[in-house]
Design a protein around this ligand. Structure first.
Ligand code: PLP
Length: 455
């Protein structure tokens, strides 16, 4: 056998080879068709093989693909930054381009710290974040991430930024399921600030809807309004990590619009180019930029490929495609249709404990007992088993296991491209149902669950 040189996610696993994509479908080199039910890693929001993007890509590449940002600006990068400022709420009028979501959140952290330094507050350099969160894999971004399995190997090198509970209503950290929500999880931010001292804190960072670490966990109404209030009271910047939620995915251009809250800094990635090129951005308000403009006049961050003309032209065309085809509204409408279908599955399968999310960022959480919400032991591998069964049947869904302190919690994300039709949603749900059926029967045979309605 020929030896392998590519380091893949799991080294002893065989992966099919991708051949091509079209719309919501991907095809491997054996001709097998897959519904991209998760848009890859919640990325391919306009679907695969869109020729308008290929044309924009080619047109820019014919002119110039790369020019270093210290030497030139480009029409494409200028136009993209302008477009984003038009789309974003409030005075988020500035964009710093990077290549990945991790770089976007890490840059957000650095800009927040620099903002305070330039105002003369040298000590305001800590970040507060939440447990059950994911902000990226580089050391700064991982320091902010409350994702136990991804942190574990590097804990001695990481900052202990995750300090407060996530707004995880299904498993309310304050046991308020019965007594009613008083937004105590938001008030935890105030307590954390008081403990550390606002004079030491630059910013608070949160994913509007929690993605990779929990599976579309959506906060209660009023949560972000309260968070913003606390940030303002204590002079702390609010960074919204919209890497997964941004650019239409949740049925609004920016997920924070669901709650009418304008953050001071936004990190974007994934949907910005819908997978057609690696590009991400840190967006900043006029207020945050002001001391930097008056002071050093330079943000201490950046990468060789930051703001490269080719990626910028591709992202610009993706944004234009989303607008031309009204895909933000589509995300909301199709999301409602898919949500109802998933609720239908929850009526059939007792192992579905929760259906959640907004727009086309939806999640299912699994439990061994619905009343007590008892999670399965992580060793059972429910999430990978379901993901693998669906994959074998031609449906890609995204695993989000480990939300309960990294030792339990099974969940998946269903987040197809925003172009999906109702008929395609029906097909997606049919394959998911068949996969759940098979899984539930297996769990029953293994004595891991009792009475089931499904068989
Ligand atoms: N932030 C959020 C909310 C994410 O979901 C992710 C990736 O899943 C990241 C940051 C990191 O993005 P990337 O994988 O592009 O570095």
């Amino acid at each position: 056998m020929e030896r392998n040189h590519l380091i893949k996610p799991t080294l002893d696993q065989d992966y099919p080879t991708i051949s091509h994509g079209n719309g919501i479908y991907l095809y491997d080199t054996d001709g097998k068709q897959y519904i991209d039910g998760s848009s890859g890693a919640v990325t391919a929001s306009i679907g695969h093989g869109v020729l308008d993007i290929v044309e924009a890509m080619t047109e820019q590449a014919r002119k110039v693909s790369f020019a270093y940002r210290s030497h030139f600006t480009s029409e494409a990068a200028e136009a993209l930054a302008k477009k984003l400022s038009e789309l974003a709420p409030g005075d988020l009028n500035w964009s710093f381009f990077v290549n990945s979501g991790s770089e976007a959140t890490e840059t957000a952290m650095k800009i927040a710290i620099q903002h305070w330094q330039e105002k003369g507050f040298e000590r305001k350099n800590r970040i507060i974040s939440r447990w059950t969160s994911y902000h990226g894999i580089t050391m700064g971004a991982l320091s902010m991430s409350g994702h136990v399995p991804r942190r574990k190997r590097f804990v001695p090198l990481l900052e202990d930024f995750p300090s407060i509970s996530a707004p995880y209503c299904y498993r309310c950290p304050h046991n308020n399921e019965t007594s009613g929500c008083k937004l105590k999880c938001a008030d935890e931010l105030e307590t954390a600030i008081q403990r550390v001292g606002s004079e030491n804190i630059a910013a608070f960072i949160a994913e509007p809807i929690i993605g990779a670490s929990a599976g579309a966990v959506t906060p209660p109404d009023g949560y972000y309004q309260r968070i913003k209030e606390i940030c303002e009271t204590y002079d702390i910047l609010f960074i919204a990590d919209e890497v997964m939620t941004g650019i239409g995915r949740t049925g609004k251009m920016f997920a924070m619009e669901h709650w009418g809250v304008t953050p001071d800094i936004i990190a974007l990635g994934k949907g910005m180019s819908a997978g057609y090129t690696p590009i991400a951005a840190t967006m900043i308000t006029d207020r945050v930029m002001e001391p930097i403009l008056k002071g050093s006049k330079s943000i201490m961050a950046g990468h060789t490929y930051s703001a490269n003309p080719l990626s910028a032209a591709i992202s610009l065309e993706v944004l234009s495609y989303i607008e031309r085809n009204d895909l933000v509204r589509a995300a909301e409408e199709k999301g409602q249709y898919l949500f109802k279908k998933l609720q239908g599955l929850a009526e059939k399968f007792d192992i579905i404990g929760d259906v959640r999310g907004k727009g086309l960022l939806l999640g299912l959480e699994f439990v061994s007992d619905r009343v007590s919400k008892t999670p399965f032991d992580l060793q059972i591998g429910l999430t990978p088993r379901l993901v693998n069964k669906a994959f074998a049947k031609g449906l890609i869904i995204y695993p989000a296991a480990g939300a309960i302190e990294g030792i339990a919690g099974d969940a998946v994300i269903i987040s197809p491209p925003l172009i999906i039709t109702n008929e395609e949603i029906d097909r997606l749900v049919m394959i998911l149902e068949a996969s759940l059926d098979e899984l539930q029967q297996e769990l029953h045979a293994e004595g891991l669950i009792e009475d089931m309605q499904a068989i």
